[in-house]
Design a protein. Structure first.
Length: 92
């Protein structure tokens, strides 16, 4: 699925980031912060969110970011200290 150059899960990431920005703006406004300060912070956060999400979408594509995160979970080596696992393979 693609929308305006964003692929797959990045659409959700952008929506979540904009939702958090909107909630932050509302909290700041309710707490009595000046409107121009709330707007400035919200616009800066939304711009940063757009830039980050479009960068990630362009760099990693549809599945690349998940593959990169999965690669970090794979151990460098597997150490087996006894031969029991190999004997269980022979018994089949």
């Amino acid at each position: 699925m693609e929308f305006k150059g964003l692929k797959a899960q990045y659409i959700g990431y952008l929506a979540a980031g904009l939702g958090i920005t909107l909630i932050g703006f509302a909290i700041g406004y309710v707490l009595g912060m000046p409107m121009y300060l709330c707007m400035t912070v919200a616009v800066m956060l939304a711009t940063a969110d757009f830039m980050l999400v479009f960068h990630l979408s362009g760099t990693y594509g549809e599945h690349g970011l998940m593959k990169r995160m999965a690669r970090n979970q794979v151990p460098d080596s597997v150490i087996i200290r006894n031969r029991k696992i190999f004997y269980s393979l022979i018994k089949r």
